[in-house]
Design a protein around this ligand. Structure first.
Ligand code: GDP
Length: 614
């Protein structure tokens, strides 16, 4: 199938490239997309842009209203039919636009705020782009914020720059230079696009403003030029359909539909299609190929336009039977007369199986739910990579329903700290929310993987702190003390001690050994009580170690220990030990492993012997 698709590519016919927008928060990604969309609407010509499902399609006629402003000099031959721009910017939509390890995005715009330079998510975006080998250009946005900048709406950058005062030009140049230097630090050559004579090795910077539209003609021109020059092969049209399911949605009057991105080929009403399903492959027939009507806001509810045929690249809503269990983030295949349906079914299920099969569910663990197979995979990978890894007991794709919550609630009895649903980029139905409240299951929802995992890590830290606080009242830290002075013989016992091993903390229960039990081997332990104060020169201290000078400690116990007297039951010849027990050692290991030094662990081992702990 892939081979055939390759063979039938034609250099004379290109498909529309697909463009994504990435960058740090607040750099102006959304504004830039809005501005690009409005730019074209403002032209007001007939047959305008079609705002598609999850992506906006710009036919070439539309792009030209901007790019012609620059092409006067460039005289570029326009070969692509248009440009499909993905509507939701950011890492996640970029990662979701993946099937079978390949990225649907042909070219990306990395947005950088010219006033801020490279920021943390800029670097994350850079990593994503490098890993997926996606070519990109940098929009150096917010040029209008440069001091004294005089806006010229939708002007090509060099035209507006020529009209700026010298101090604005000078600030522009300084900021551009420092961004170029920052890219260099990341091992990347960058240059203003009109000074870039090596597109293959040097990334182009396009100064833009999402407010004034300046530089937008340049940005669109550059994308057109780069896709035509550098990826001719990748964007050659082939009649073989390449298509990915982006979202599964129930729509009033249509039932369950799938929003897809058609990356190559042509899809027709009535085509037989094969789609990956949660419970096995789905074979169905395209009832309607829907696109929103032209010139309408994508998010406004509107009647869809029906198409007999749609050509790549395009975002389409497909209406067909039996799509309820379709899995977002997988590929869609169109059946040809000589295809074996069983082969196609196996092919669409392969990704799901490799992800589900590659992940052995733990018996105790959290529930993970994500919008697409790709985001589920990313989240599972992440949970596996953090230390300690987060155990996962169950997974699902798509909106959270009541039954998902009920499944997770089963964890309440086994491991309540894991009765948690990590939901990434998914909707939660009201019934599911109500069920969670009544059952006591906690939700962590977020649209950004980092936010989700940050919140979850905070929860784990809190759960750990609670456990530690509980354990702290019960635990005993190891110490061996030598009595060097006596201030009060009984209730409370106050003695001067030198810590010989371990470290003494306030609150530690202590004891002595006074010979052996009748069996002649088990030590006879004399409980003394707890260390309720530690003082040096009449000042309180919380913790002392062997390197510290002696301290005075007060030991108090419950009334049964009131008669324990220094000189009668124990004296200077006895060492005072932390009162370790099997349970306390277990708590130390479980909750305080990293708090104890190597010497303290050696002391634990010694006390086990001294106190006869199995
Ligand atoms: P996103 O988080 O990257 O999508 O950023 P937004 O598009 O939401 O923009 C963040 C803020 O920056 C908003 O207040 C925008 O109005 C503002 N902004 C975006 N682009 C520009 C620009 O080119 N110039 C100026 N002056 N402000 C901008």
């Amino acid at each position: 199938r892939k081979e055939k698709a390759k063979a039938e590519r034609s250099p004379d016919r290109l498909r529309s490239p697909i463009c994504c927008v990435l960058g740090h928060v607040d750099t102006g990604k959304t504004s830039l997309l809005d501005k690009i969309r409005r730019t074209n609407v403002q032209g007001g010509e007939a047959g305008g842009i079609t705002q598609q499902i999850g992506a906006t399609y710009f036919p070439m006629s539309r792009l030209r209203t901007q790019t012609d402003k620059i092409n006067k000099d460039l005289l570029l031959d326009y070969k692509i039919p248009g440009l499909l721009v993905v509507d939701t910017p950011g890492h996640e939509s970029f990662s979701n636009l993946r099937t079978r390890g390949s990225n649907l995005c042909d070219i990306a715009v990395l947005v950088v705020d010219i006033m801020h330079g490279l920021e943390p998510q800029t670097l994350e975006s850079l990593q994503l782009l490098r890993r997926s080998k996606t070519p990109f250009v940098v929009a150096l946005n917010k040029v209008d914020r440069i001091y004294g900048w005089e806006p010229h709406k939708f002007s090509p950058l060099r035209d507006t720059l020529a009209k700026q005062k010298s101090y604005s030009v000078s600030e522009f140049e300084t900021r551009t230079r420092s961004t170029i230097a920052a890219f260099q630090e990341q091992g990347l050559n960058a240059a203003l696009y009109y000074e870039n004579d090596d597109f293959k090795r040097t990334v182009s910077l396009v100064p833009t403003s999402a407010i004034t539209g300046e530089g937008i003609p340049d940005l669109l021109m550059l994308i057109t030029q780069l896709t035509q020059q550098m990826m001719g092969h990748r964007i050659m049209f082939t009649p073989w359909v390449q298509c990915s399911v982006l979202e599964v949605k129930a729509i009033d009057g249509l039932g369950t539909t799938i929003d897809v991105c058609l990356t190559n080929g042509e899809i027709h009403e009535g085509d037989e299609i094969v789609v990956c399903g949660m419970n096995g492959a789905i074979v169905t027939t395209v009832r309607a190929l829907l696109t929103p009507p032209p010139e309408r806001e994508i998010r406004v509810k509107a009647d869809y336009q029906r198409n007999k045929v749609v050509t790549a690249a395009m975002g389409i809503k497909i209406s067909a039977n039996d799509l309820e269990k379709a899995v977002a983030g997988t590929q869609l295949l169109v059946v040809h007369p000589d295809d074996e349906i069983e082969d196609l079914k196996a092919e669409v299920q392969r990704d799901l199986e490799s992800i589900m099969g590659g992940f052995a569910t733990d018996t105790t663990g959290v529930h993970v739910q994500a919008s697409t197979l790709g985001s589920l995979e990313a989240l599972l990978e992440y949970l596996r990579s953090i230390k300690p890894p987060v155990p996962v007991a169950s997974v699902a794709i798509g909106p959270v329903h009541r039954r998902d919550v009920m499944q997770c609630a089963a964890m309440l009895e086994r491991a309540p700290e894991y009765a948690i649903m990590l939901c990434f980029d998914v909707k939660v139905t009201p019934e599911a929310e109500a069920e969670a409240v009544s059952a006591g299951v906690r939700f962590f929802t977020a649209d950004i993987i980092y936010h989700l995992t940050d919140a979850f890590e905070r929860h784990l830290a809190e759960a750990k702190a609670l456990k530690r606080a509980d354990a702290a009242s019960e635990v005993a830290f190891p110490a061996v003390l030598k009595i060097v002075d006596v201030f009060n013989m009984k209730s409370p016992i106050v003695v001067g001690v030198q810590v010989e091993e371990g470290a003494l903390r306030k609150g530690t229960p202590v004891c002595c050994t006074v010979g052996l039990k009748a069996d002649g081997t088990t030590p006879l332990v004399l409980e003394l009580g707890r260390v309720t104060s530690i003082q040096r020169n009449h000042t309180d201290v919380d913790k002392v170690g062997p390197e510290d000078p002696p301290v005075a400690i007060k030991i108090e116990g419950d009334p049964s220990l009131a008669n324990i007297t220094y000189g009668r039951h124990f004296d200077k010849k006895n060492k005072i030990y932390s009162r370790l027990t099997r349970r306390r050692i277990d708590l130390l290991k479980a909750e305080f492993r990293d708090d104890l030094s190597r010497e303290e662990w050696i002391c634990v081992k010694k006390l086990k012997g001294v106190l006869g702990i199995e």
